[in-house]
Design a protein. Structure first.
Length: 147
């Protein structure tokens, strides 16, 4: 799978998690929030470790800097989310803030960075980057990133 397809797939999975969290209650909501935190953390690490350096090397430094800043905002909110109990009334507010930040970030990446990256990268190199992302995703999921 190419890097853009993999990252977009992750975007869609996170969008679905937001919907599931809104519909869930109690312990189920807490488990979904933990999954959201893990998925966003894995995604951010993949982008920061592999995709963004590749994008910066292709002249997309400004977009990469903006995206890294957006990641830090989301990470702050994830930290707050993980400190809340599932019965805390602020939980859904925090999820909504994360969703707003993620939606803005995803729109910018998918409208601007991804098309520019695809236009500047050779197809065979895209496959190599995608494979690196898939391998690293497996490695990251085997770690406890939220400690």
């Amino acid at each position: 799978m190419g890097p853009i397809d993999l990252l977009k797939r992750q975007h869609r999975e996170v969008e679905e998690l937001f919907e599931q969290i809104r519909q869930a209650e109690g312990g189920a909501r807490a488990r979904l929030c933990a999954k959201l935190a893990e998925d966003l953390t894995v995604h951010a690490n993949l982008e920061e470790q592999i995709f963004y350096p590749e994008a910066a090397a292709r002249g997309l430094e400004t977009q990469v800097e903006r995206s890294v800043h957006e990641h830090s905002e989301v990470k702050e909110q994830i930290s707050l989310l993980l400190d809340l109990k599932h019965s805390d009334p602020r939980l859904l507010e925090t999820v909504a803030r994360i969703e707003f930040l993620v939606k803005k970030h995803v729109e910018e990446e998918e409208r601007q960075m991804f098309p520019q990256f695809e236009a500047r990268e050779a197809p065979e190199r895209m496959q190599t980057i995608g494979e690196a992302l898939e391998r690293t995703e497996g490695d990251l999921r085997a770690q406890d990133l939220l400690v």
